[in-house]
Design a protein around this ligand. Structure first.
Ligand code: AMP
Length: 213
């Protein structure tokens, strides 16, 4: 199963992807996670990407496409994968289609997780991520047992630089302008399904699984 997860920042794509990994035993490929790791490791690519990410803008297509192409060729992608946060614009979607056509393995489904804008703001400003294991929490909806500490590994919970209010507004604008058109793009290809991203994580997961069939 080769899945693209669509949805605004904060729609819960990453959370659902983590549950799908377990159910389908396929990897999650999050370009955001890959880029954040490059930033944390201080690689040349990370240095180039950091300022753009902190502003809430998109990293140049050329960089992201190179990362994805390399990742998709790894062994664990043979039985499928979940693309989370990629593609982010039409140019990336077209490049992905070309890439997958040459591999003879087109996308199975594009699944859109839909949440309205007010809810997204609360989810994003309240989001905290474990510095160590990347587990996510939300101070409004799903706090950790002890404030600032990860329930799973006791790591420190941090607010991502791009989860600050100014950056969030920018990220949502970028989403509307550049990423939302992909809903139409995949709709026209006949592989789009949409689910409501409102409710508990488990309720949403039931919808996601039903949509995947
Ligand atoms: P995310 O965790 O998916 O919200 O991504 C965080 C940030 O990483 C975004 O705001 C972008 O700056 C960058 N990023 C992630 N994925 C992409 C992509 N496919 N294309 C361009 N930039 C991306």
């Amino acid at each position: 199963m080769r899945i693209v997860l669509l949805g605004a920042p904060g729609a819960g794509k990453g959370t659902q992807a983590k549950k799908l990994i377990e159910k389908y035993a396929i990897p999650q490929i999050s370009t955001g996670d890959i880029l954040r790791k490059a930033v944390a490791d201080g690689t040349p690519l990370g240095k180039e990407a950091k300022a753009v990410m902190d502003r809430g803008e998109l990293v140049p297509d050329k960089i992201v496409l190179g990362l994805v192409e390399e990742r998709l060729q790894q062994d664990d992608c043979k039985n499928g994968y979940i693309l989370d946060g990629f593609p982010r614009n039409t140019a990336q979607a077209e490049a992905l289609d070309t890439m997958l056509a040459s591999m003879g393995a087109p996308l199975t489904i594009a699944l859109s997780v839909d949440v309205d804008k007010d809810d997204l703001m609360k989810r994003l400003t309240g989001r905290r991520t474990c510095r160590n294991c990347q587990q996510m929490y939300n101070v409004y909806f799903s706090p950790s047992g002890k404030e600032g500490v990860c329930d799973k590994c006791s790591g420190e919970l941090i607010q991502r630089n791009d989860d600050k209010e100014e950056t969030i507004k920018k990220r949502l604008d970028v989403y509307e302008a550049q990423t939302a058109p992909l809903i139409d793009y995949y709709g026209k290809k006949g592989i789009l399904k949409s689910v409501s991203g409102v409710g508990s994580i488990d309720e949403i997961f039931v919808r996601v699984c039903a949509a995947l069939g």
